[in-house]
Design a binder for this molecule. Structure first.
Ligand code: AHG
Ligand code: MN
Ligand code: MN
Ligand code: MN
Length: 335
């Protein structure tokens, strides 16, 4: 069995000119995954990390203690290794420029959703961590600027997530397919368990918070009805599955086939999910696995971001399902 460490080294050998910075960053993320895994596993026993912190984050959401904990651990691990130039996170209003000698000379920046699905922590349901890595565009040797963080998703050099589920897995891409590693807790290593993951072109599962049905755009309502209609040749009705953690819902659909939708609604006119921390990394993974990601009308990875915490509607998953859903969006766009 190959470990994540071996895999990273092997892949680096494919790029003789690479100096190993990206490998170093992936190793930092592996460490973050182990730390958060350890603490999530004890969440039910530890009042310091379970529950609401009483603070509202910049998104206007209640920040859970574990949100803040995961954010701090991630930032600390990245600062300690000195291999990135800056860090942007769902849990912090502004990006952080790592203004040390090595930080200023580093090539990459990271964006992250340190703890995804935080409303699920208190009830022992799977949560995740999402990360996205870009090459900076500001000159090496200077402190990073906002422009380094506002690059379109197609510029990502790597992205992935950790899902803390019945087992902990790390799934990532560097633009050359998607690979998944399962954490062996007794050995303390991630082992390559899912090589070159491909998402089925046709899925049978749709994931959306259907409680908001009345607030959805007409295209989404029509697509949901389509999912529920009886049709033998296309295996409908599809199955509805919604955990409420993007990482877990995406992970299931990636392996089994399916579509995840968080559309605009009268409550969230711009969508709820964040383009830089959630939309782009999931879109990169989906496309690398042979799937698609759209905001309903355009490819997620082509959106030019204007704000760090920008929101986006998201339709992501099996190619034929995303195509079908977006065809409904187009057809009913004026209703
Ligand atoms: P986060 O916990 O990082 O704020 O993300 C929550 C997101 C996402 O994980 C999930 O799919 C979605 O919010 C669930 O929202 P609803 O509860 O509105 O369905
Ligand atoms: Mn949140
Ligand atoms: Mn999230
Ligand atoms: Mn989060």
């Amino acid at each position: 069995m190959k470990t994540l460490g071996e895999f990273i080294v092997e892949k680096q050998a494919d790029y003789p000119s690479a100096k190993g910075e990206l490998s170093g960053i992936l190793s930092s993320i592996r460490l973050v995954a182990k730390v958060i895994h350890r603490d999530i596993n004890k969440a039910g026993l530890n009042n310091d990390i379970i529950g609401n912190s009483g603070i509202e984050n910049v998104q206007g959401e209640a920040q859970m203690k574990l949100d803040a904990f995961a954010h701090e651990k991630m930032k600390a691990a990245l600062i300690a290794r000195d291999e990135v130039a800056g860090f942007g996170s769902e849990e912090e209003e502004n990006f952080v420029a790592f203004d040390t000698e090595r930080g200023r000379n580093a090539k990459y920046i990271i964006l992250a959703d340190p703890l995804d699905g935080s409303s699920n922590i208190d009830v022992n349901v799977a949560v995740g961590t999402i990360f996205s890595i870009y090459r900076r565009i500001s000159p090496i040797g200077t402190a990073v600027t906002l422009a380094d963080f506002l690059q379109p998703g197609h510029k990502q050099v790597a992205a992935g997530y950790i899902v803390y589920g019945s087992s902990t897995m790390l799934v990532y891409t560097t633009g050359n397919g998607v690979n998944g590693f399962t954490y062996d807790t007794s050995l303390g290593v991630f082992l390559l368990s899912h090589e070159n993951i491909k998402i089925p072109q046709n899925g049978k599962c749709y994931s959306i918070n259907e409680g908001n049905y009345l607030k959805f755009p007409m295209g989404v309502k029509k697509y949901l009805k389509y999912c529920q209609e009886e049709d033998e040749s296309s295996h409908r009705p599809y199955t509805s599955r919604y955990i409420g953690s993007l990482v877990s819902d995406f992970h299931r659909n990636l392996l089994k086939g399916g579509i995840y939708i968080y559309p605009t609604s009268t409550h969230y006119p711009l969508g709820k999910l964040r383009l830089l921390y959630e939309g782009n990394p999931m879109a990169f993974l989906a496309e690398q696995a042979g799937g698609l990601a759209s905001d309903g009308y355009q490819r997620i990875l082509d959106i030019e971001p204007t704000e760090l915490h920008q929101r986006t509607p998201l339709f992501v998953g099996s190619k034929n399902m995303v195509e079908k859903a977006t065809s409904f969006m187009l057809e009913y766009q004026n209703q």
